[in-house]
Design a protein around this ligand. Structure first.
Ligand code: MOS
Length: 770
C-alpha cells in the first residue's frame, strides 16, 4: 500500500472540484423519477408472468346477512373462465383470527377473511373471484355471477350510534388512551370568563392512491410464490400470507419495489393479495388481481368522527378549562383506534383537562389509518375552537396560541425532546404577512370575493422503529445498501441513497439502495413518518461501521500513512479516506480493498431505538399553517389562494423531497377541507359516491401558492441523524387553518368537513353557544 498511496494521492481541492460532495439536507431530485414518468417503473399489476390468469372480484351490495346461494353457471360458461372461487370451493385457509393479524392490526377483534364463510359483514364485501385467461373475460363473467343474500338489519349511521358508543378494548402499539383528567374541568369551565363549545363532524374519507390495490402472484419453480403486491411493507404481507395459507416463509417472496401512493391503505395486507394467492394455490398458476377504482372504496377508510370541544378562558386569553371528547366509527368486527383528543392538551397548557374517546361499531369494513390518523381530526377540532376563542376574546389567534404555549408535555409530564413550534409561528407569520391581518371578520374584499386569513397549529409523533441494513462495498467502488424498506412515493429510495452517499463521502451514482423485497434485511412497514428515523439511522450506522473497517484495514498496511492515526482523525470524501489534519494524504476506498486482497467489504447494522433515553421525552413534530381564502358568498365557493406551512421536524435530510412531502400534505389538507367525503346511504348501508366523478379530489385549478418553511431543529433523541420525519405533519392543521380563514372572510363558522358550498352559504352553525 505504501507505494500505492503516493500515486493515488491528489490535492484534496482537486478531488473536490470533480463532483460536489453529497451532503445531508441537500435538495436532490428523485432517483426513481425518470423511471416513473417514462413508465419503466413496474407497479404490482404490471409485472409479467407466463401463463398468467386474471382474477376479478365479485362483491355484494348487501350490508349485512348470509349468503344463501351463489349461481356461477352463466359466468362459468364464458369462454376463457378457468374457475370461480367462493367460500364453498376455496382452498384451505386458516380460521383463527390470530393468523390474520399483521404488524399493524388491532390486538383485539376479528380481521376480515375473504371468501371465508357465508357471512356478509359490509356492503362491497368480496364474495367470489372469477379467474380467466384474460382480464376482459373475467370482468364480463364477474357481472354474470348471481349472489343471493338473506339480509339482516344493518347500522351505518354514526350520529345515530353515538349513545351506544363503547370504550375501546383494543390495545394497539402506538395507541395512547386519553390522559387522566387534571384539575376540575367542569367547574373551571363554569367559572370561565369566556366559554366556547363546539361539536364537529368529519365524514369518512377513502385513501385513493393513484395505484389501485393489486397483486400479481407468480407461481414459480418448486411451487415458490413471488408476490408483487401494493403494500407499505413486504415482510408484513409475507408474514400474513404465509400464516393464512399455512406456507413456510421460505415459499413466499413479496416485492413492492414501486408503490403508487398508499397513505395508510397499504399498511395492512389487503384482500387482493389473499385472493390472488388463494387462486394461485388452487390452480397452481400465476394469478393477478386488481381492484377497480370503485372497489377501492370498499376496504377501509378514515373513520367518520364526532367531536365536542369545550374551552374556558380568562379575559386575557389564559386557558382555564379544556374538554375534548370524540367518538370514532369502527366496524362490528374490530376496534380500530387512533389518538384523536390527546393532542389538544399536549399542544396547550391548561390546568383543568378532561378528555374522552369512544368507538361506535357500524356495519362497514374496519376503518384504517390514513395520513396522520387521529391528529387529522383531533387537531382540527382544537384549532378551530382556539380560533373561535380568540375571536370572542378579540385577541389575535396567533397571540392566543403563544399565550397558552406548552413548553412541557403535561399529558405525560415529560419534556419535549425538541419543540421549535415558536419558530414555526414566527417564521410562518412573517413569510405570510400575518401582522397586516385585520382582526374583524368580513374586513377584506376583492371584487365579488370575500378574503380571509386563518392559521392553525399542527402536530404529529416523531416515531422510530427497529430495522436492519446490510452494506457491501464492492471492489469497483459501488456501495450497495440493503433493507426491506418500502418507498410508497415518499422519496425513500433517494433519501436513503443520499444518507449513504453523504455518510461515506461518495457520489450518489456510486451508491445503490435496495428495498421493496421481503428477502432483504428486516424493516418495518413504511408508516407513521418513521422510515427516515428508522432506516435512515441504520444506513448511517452501517456506513460508520464500514468506515471503521476501512480505517482498520488501511492502518494495517505496511508503512501506511494512516498507521498511527485514530479513527476520528480520518475523513471520507470523493470515494477516498483522508487524514483530517493532512488532507493531501488520501487513499481510494477501492485501493484499501485491493491492498487487503478483498473483493468486497461487508457490514451489518441493527438499528434499535434508544428506548431508555427516548422514554424520558415526548417526541413530536410541529407545524404552523397560515392561509388565505377567497370566498364567493353567492356561489359558496372557496379558493385557497395562499398557504404557508412552517415545519419543525428535526433535521431535514433532503430539502427537495421533504418539501414535496409537505406540499402533498397541504394539497390533501385543502382536499379534506373542501372536497373529500364518502357518504353512506343509511338505508342501503353502502358508500354511494364510490368513484372519482362523485368523490372529489382537488385538481390543479384548486391548488395555488404553497410555501414551505423548515425551521431549524436537530433532535438527537428522536434519531441519531437528528431527523424526526416529515410525512404526515404536512396535512395536520391545514383544514383548520382554512376553516378559520373562511370564518375570517365571512363570519361563518363551519364545523363539519368538508366545507362544501351548501355549508358555506348556510347561516352560521348553531353548534356554538352564544
Ligand atoms: Mo401512514 S397512515 O403512517 O401510512
Amino acid at each position: 500500500m505504501n507505494d500505492r498511496v503516493p500515486e493515488l494521492a491528489r490535492p484534496f481541492a482537486e478531488l473536490l472540484a470533480m463532483r460536489p460532495p453529497v451532503a445531508l439536507g441537500m435538495p436532490l431530485p428523485r432517483l426513481d423519477g425518470p423511471d416513473k414518468v417514462t413508465g419503466r417503473a413496474r407497479y404490482a399489476a404490471e409485472h409479467p408472468a407466463g401463463d398468467l390468469l386474471y382474477g376479478v372480484i365479485v362483491d355484494t351490495a348487501a350490508a349485512r346477512g348470509r349468503i344463501q346461494r351463489i349461481d356461477t353457471g352463466r359466468a362459468a360458461a364464458v369462454p376463457g373462465v378457468v374457475d370461480i372461487l367462493t367460500h364453498e370451493n376455496r382452498p384451505r385457509m386458516r380460521s383463527l383470527d390470530m393468523f390474520y393479524k399483521d404488524m399493524t392490526a388491532p390486538v383485539t377483534g376479528s380481521p376480515f377473511k375473504p371468501l371465508h364463510d357465508a357471512e356478509v359483514h359490509y356492503s362491497g364485501q368480496p364474495v367470489a373471484l372469477v379467474v380467466a385467461t384474460s382480464f376482459e373475460a373475467a370482468r364480463h363473467a364477474a357481472t354474470l355471477v348471481q349472489v343471493e343474500v338473506a339480509t339482516e338489519p344493518h347500522h351505518t349511521d354514526l350520529m345515530a350510534a353515538l349513545p351506544e358508543a363503547h370504550d375501546p378494548s383494543a390495545l394497539r402499539a402506538g395507541f395512547k388512551p386519553p390522559p387522566e383528567p387534571r384539575g376540575d374541568a367542569e367547574a373551571a369551565y363554569a367559572a370561565a370568563a369566556v366559554q366556547v363549545e363546539a361539536e364537529f363532524h368529519h365524514g369518512a374519507e377513502h385513501h385513493n392512491p393513484m395505484e389501485m390495490h393489486a397483486a400479481t402472484v407468480v407461481y414459480g419453480r418448486n411451487r415458490h410464490l413471488t408476490i408483487h403486491d401494493k403494500t407499505q411493507g413486504s415482510q408484513n404481507v409475507r408474514w400474513v400470507v404465509s400464516r393464512v395459507f399455512g406456507l413456510p416463509k421460505s415459499r413466499v417472496t413479496v416485492k413492492n419495489q414501486f408503490v403508487g401512493g398508499a397513505f395508510g391503505a397499504g399498511l395492512r395486507p389487503q384482500h387482493p393479495v389473499l385472493l390472488a394467492t388463494m387462486a394461485a394455490l388452487k390452480l397452481e398458476r400465476s394469478v393477478r388481481v386488481v381492484l377497480t377504482r370503485q372497489q377501492m372504496f370498499f376496504f377501509g377508510h378514515r373513520p367518520e368522527t364526532w367531536q365536542r370541544v369545550k374551552l374556558g378562558a380568562q379575559a386575557d386569553g389564559q386557558l382555564t378549562a379544556l374538554m375534548h371528547d370524540a367518538v370514532g366509527a369502527t366496524s362490528r368486527k374490530e376496534d380500530y383506534v387512533e389518538v384523536v383528543v390527546n393532542w389538544s392538551s399536549q399542544l396547550y397548557r391548561c390546568d383543568n383537562v378532561r378528555q374522552g374517546y369512544k368507538l361506535a361499531a357500524l356495519d362497514h369494513y374496519s376503518p384504517m389509518d390514513m395520513r396522520a390518523p387521529g391528529a387529522a381530526h383531533g387537531v382540527h377540532a382544537i384549532e378551530v375552537a382556539m380560533d373561535e376563542l380568540a375571536h370572542r376574546l378579540h385577541i389575535d389567534p396567533l397571540a392566543l396560541r403563544l399565550k397558552n404555549y406548552a413548553d412541557h408535555d403535561y399529558n405525560e409530564d415529560l419534556p419535549f425532546s425538541s419543540k421549535e413550534l415558536r419558530a414555526c409561528y414566527h417564521e410562518g407569520a412573517q413569510r405570510f404577512g400575518w401582522d397586516a391581518r385585520p382582526q374583524a371578520p368580513r374586513s377584506m374584499r376583492e371584487g365579488r370575493e370575500l378574503v380571509g386569513w386563518g392559521m392553525a397549529t399542527g402536530t404529529w409523533d416523531a416515531l422510530q422503529m427497529f430495522a436492519r441494513v446490510h452494506a457491501v462495498l464492492q471492489a469497483d467502488g459501488q456501495l450497495v445498501l440493503r433493507s426491506a424498506a418500502s418507498d410508497i412515493g415518499t422519496g425513500t429510495l433517494t433519501v436513503m441513497t443520499q444518507i449513504g452517499a453523504a455518510s461515506m463521502g461518495m457520489a450518489m451514482e456510486d451508491v445503490r439502495f435496495e428495498l421493496g423485497d421481503s428477502n432483504l434485511p428486516v424493516a418495518p412497514i413504511e408508516g407513521g413518518s418513521s422510515h427516515v428515523t428508522t432506516i435512515g439511522s441504520a444506513v448511517q450506522g452501517v456506513c460508520e461501521r464500514l468506515q471503521h473497517k476501512l480505517w482498520e484495514l488501511a492502518r494495517k498496511q505496511p508503512n501506511s500513512p494512516f498507521a498511527t492515526c485514530r479513527f476520528h482523525d480520518v475523513g471520507f470524501a470523493q470515494g477516498t479516506m483522508y487524514l483530517r489534519f493532512e488532507r493531501d494524504v488520501t487513499v481510494r476506498l477501492t485501493d484499501i480493498l485491493a491492498a487487503a486482497g478483498l473483493k468486497e467489504l461487508e457490514e451489518k447494522y441493527l438499528m434499535l431505538p434508544a428506548v431508555l433515553k427516548q422514554k424520558k421525552y415526548t417526541r413530536a413534530v410541529h407545524s404552523a399553517v397560515f392561509c388565505e381564502v377567497k370566498v364567493d358568498e353567492e356561489l359558496g365557493t372557496v379558493r385557497v389562494t395562499r398557504v404557508v406551512s412552517a415545519i419543525a421536524a428535526g433535521r431535514i435530510m433532503n430539502a427537495q423531497t421533504a418539501r414535496s412531502q409537505i406540499i402533498g400534505g397541504v394539497v390533501w389538507g385543502i382536499s379534506q377541507a373542501l372536497h373529500e367525503e364518502t357518504q353512506a346511504d343509511q338505508q342501503l348501508g353502502r358508500f354511494m359516491n364510490h368513484d372519482f366523478a362523485q368523490y372529489h379530489v382537488p385538481v390543479n385549478a384548486d391548488i395555488h401558492d404553497i410555501d414551505v418553511i423548515f425551521v431549524d431543529e436537530n433532535d438527537r433523541i428522536a434519531s441519531r441523524l437528528g431527523a424526526k420525519g416529515v410525512g404526515e405533519i404536512g396535512l395536520v392543521g391545514v383544514a383548520a387553518a382554512i376553516c378559520n380563514a373562511i370564518h375570517h372572510a365571512t363570519g361563518r363558522r363551519i364545523l363539519s368537513l368538508p366545507m362544501t358550498p351548501d355549508k358555506v352559504m348556510a347561516p352560521a352553525s348553531p353548534s356554538y353557544n352564544a
